[in-house]
Design a protein around this ligand. Sequence first.
Ligand code: ADP
Ligand code: MN
Length: 260
Amino acid sequence: MSDDIDRLLGGRNEPRRKDKDLFETVEEVFDTATVMTIVELTRRKVIRKLSGVISAGKEARVYLASGYRGEYLAVKIYLTSSAEFRKGIYKYIAGDPRFENIRVRDTRDLIYAWTRKEYRNLKRMHAAGVKVPRPVAFMNNVLVMEFLGENGVRYPLLVEAYRELDAEELRNLYRLILEEVVKIYCKARLVHGDLSEYNVMVTPGPDVAIIDVSQAVDLSHPNADEFLARDLRNINRFFREEAGIDTLSLEELLEVVKTC
Ligand code: ADP
Ligand code: MN
């Protein structure tokens, strides 16, 4: 494998040491195809260098990377090895008109489709003015996006930040999150589908950013209403039971979201 990487990296004028660093970061966890994809993204100058792991989940890992303009990037790499994952994601892809013609022979194709879906969801939300990381590129099972953080340190998730905030700030975050839900529904015509205190970042302000949009579905998806209600219930439960603030009823929220 390292011979292939040497060959792929042969024409570049970056110092060799960097190629080795890249390889050392990724070789333990990823198969050859994934390493090749990362190498190709560096060859195309989408990514300059991968550095530390931001998050190591069951289905994906997120890395901090640097780009060619001195900016930080977040690189989400889906693991191609999880059979559970395949079962879990199929229902989100199956009902979505954007994926009707997709060629899915095996787990790898499904995960590539899933990565593309997250990229397209991000694009649609970003274009609609939703506060999400700006999508940069995707290739196979690798998604590159804007890094949300400062000096290479990511912003905290809502679940990590809320204890430091007072009731007024929390009420304001609740309102800001609902505004994003409305934008996602009315402008992007999507439902997030996995919204919770784990997929909301608290950015300076305090303000919010929405992340992890791979499972977002088009409003025409047969389960879109069910996913919307679940998202709103999750947010309500968190703000009522954990953050300790008054929330609107689910009926009131559905009314607000759906009358746009
Ligand atoms: P999953 O929950 O499926 O593993 P996420 O997309 O939620 O994947 O990403 C996992 C974690 O990586 C997040 O909880 C967050 O800490 C971090 N992360 C994700 N996207 C970004 C980003 N654009 N900028 C900074 N950190 C991010
Ligand atoms: Mn997440």
